[in-house]
Design a binder for this molecule. Structure first.
Ligand code: UN1
Length: 518
């Protein structure tokens, strides 16, 4: 596909999604606010073209948005949950209609492959469907009171305004994981998307607005604030925002967690990963290859679930090394909208520099680079964001290996003896998001999944580290932040629990048999 062909097509996509050359940076749903902050220009990492600009939101706009959200909450919390679910159902239908243009914009603004852009919109559709069912299942428990003629139960109520801070790498899906659940729970949402992907955020708000307008949803249930870190800091410190859900680096998460913790608010943190795949002697190498290569180079290594380390038993180490090196030499790198390419660009020039610096650090610490990634130049690579992926042989203890490099840099680590040695290496990092083992030995896989096994929030057998389904709770331990989003009972984070004890007798017995007569 020529650059002009893509550009023409992108203009159609932008028109369909209601994105202009210059856009306002804040919306309460019913309208976009005339923001006056600094201009953010969104350049595509695909071809370096300016896609559009946004006038960012100021702290004054922040105040307007929060105040509107607070007002909307008073109405929204009284709407029956299945009725809120019905609106989320319609959003899921609308997203199906917009799947192609939205998937394409995700690909063009963020740089992931078109297939992955569509996959991201599919995750949004899936979480909407999940939330619809859930809207009739926000169940508490009925409990037995120790006192006669008393009844107890617990129930869940909404929290209020939920702040959502999301990252560039999943610019739309992570927002939907949060909003679809928060909305059916009766919360209202204020979204601060990444400054690197503002236009996909505008598209999501426009799509939501269509549905909300048709259903007379009050202004302020879905809000967007596009701008700098000051907006995120304001949210983290704001008592009117009972829950802040933040996805991004551990550094960012620590500062959000600290600020929210100081005011005893709730935070849901989904931070860095350092995900490993363990390959035991019985691993089926036919399925290992696509699992590891997609995990490491998919999304150009920019998923928090990307495979960073492969821990291989010495008996199959040389064989795995040869197969991986051969596969890496066959990877096609280029425009992610062209479906014959496996690897697209990194998000920006800073990211390219961080990647190249990490390769140098591997060498300086004594690692052996087997496939050395380079910055690509020439036709098709004019944006300056394209690199070739790398593989290096390292020790787990290297400083650089302990660190999450958000790029396609894969480490090979050898282990000997039994699976416990591999598990120890895998757990020997600060992060704890995703992990996997490839084995046909049930003892090894059960050991990996046991309490003495993987210490991560996600532990897979015979599949890679990335590509989780929305039905499971998503998140990780240690410096990954401990939060859970998406499926299972993650909805409980968006609600407050209340225990109710009801006395329908004519006496007032006290708990624990305490006597208090007068
Ligand atoms: C992320 O990288 O922040 O499991 C989310 C996966 C995707 C989500 C990744 N479903 O790889």
């Amino acid at each position: 596909m020529s650059t002009t062909a893509i550009a023409t097509n992108i203009q159609e996509v932008l028109d369909q999604l209601g994105i202009k050359k210059m856009n306002e940076g804040a919306s309460t749903g019913a309208q976009w606010i005339n923001t006056k902050g600094e201009q953010i220009d969104s350049y595509s990492p695909v071809d370096g073209e300016l896609i559009g600009s946004v006038k960012s939101a100021t702290l004054e706009d922040y105040e307007t948005i929060i105040a509107t959200s607070q007002k909307a909450y008073k109405t929204w919390r009284t709407v029956p949950s299945p009725k809120r679910g019905e609106i989320v159902r319609q959003l899921g239908i609308k997203l199906r209609e917009y799947k192609e243009p939205l998937g394409k914009l995700v690909s063009y603004e963020m740089g992931k492959s078109y297939q992955e852009g569509l996959g991201e919109v599919q995750e949004m559709i899936d979480i909407c469907d999940f939330a619809v069912g859930l809207s009739r299942q926000l169940n508490g428990s009925t409990l037995h009171s120790e006192r006669p003629v008393h009844r107890m139960y617990d129930q869940y109520h909404p929290l209020g305004t939920v702040g959502i801070i999301s990252a560039f790498n999943f610019p739309v899906a992570v927002w939907a994981w949060n909003t679809a659940l928060a909305w059916i729970c009766g919360d209202v949402c204020v979204w601060k998307p990444s400054e690197k992907t503002p236009l996909t955020a505008i598209a999501c708000q426009n799509i939501t607005n269509e549905v909300f307008k048709e259903n007379d949803v009050p202004e302020g249930v879905s809000n967007v604030l596009i701008g700098g870190a000051d907006l995120g800091i304001a949210m983290a410190n704001d008592k009117r925002v009972p829950l802040v859900s933040a996805t991004g680096s551990t550094r960012m998460g620590k500062s959000v967690g600290e600020a929210v913790g100081k005011r005893l608010g709730k935070s849901l943190l989904e931070l860095g990963g350092n995900n490993a795949v363990i390959l035991t002697p019985s691993a089926d190498l036919k399925i290992v290859l696509p699992g590891v290569v997609f995990g490491a180079v998919g999304t150009t290594g920019q998923r928090c679930t990307s495979t960073r380390r492969v821990i291989v038993h010495e008996s199959i180490y040389d064989q795995v090394k040869d197969v991986l090196v051969k596969a890496y030499n066959q990877l096609k790198i280029g425009n992610p909208l062209d479906e014959s390419n496996h690897v697209g660009p990194l998000i920006d020039a800073d990211s390219v520099n961080t990647y190249l610096a990490a390769i140098e650090k591997v060498k300086a610490e004594g690692g052996k680079v087997l496939v050395e990634g380079k910055k690509l130049t020439g036709e098709g690579y004019e944006s300056g964001c394209y690199v070739s992926p790398s593989i290096a042989e390292v020790e787990n203890s290297y400083e650089i290996v302990q660190h999450e490099t958000f790029a396609p840099l894969l480490y090979l680590i050898k282990y000997s003896g039994d699976v416990n040695n591999a598990i120890e290496i895998q757990n020997g990092v600060k992060q704890g998001l995703s992990s996997s083992i490839f084995t046909n030995n049930i003892r090894e896989s059960e050991q990996f999944l046991s309490a003495s096994g993987s210490d991560c929030g996600i532990a897979n057998v015979n599949i890679g580290t990335s590509g989780a389904e929305i039905g499971g709770a998503f998140g990780g331990e240690k410096e990954t932040g401990g939060g859970r989003e998406s499926g299972s009972d993650a909805w409980k984070v968006y609600m407050r629990r209340q225990t109710n004890t009801i006395n329908y007798s004519t006496e007032l017995p006290l708990a624990q048999g305490i006597k208090f007569d007068f």
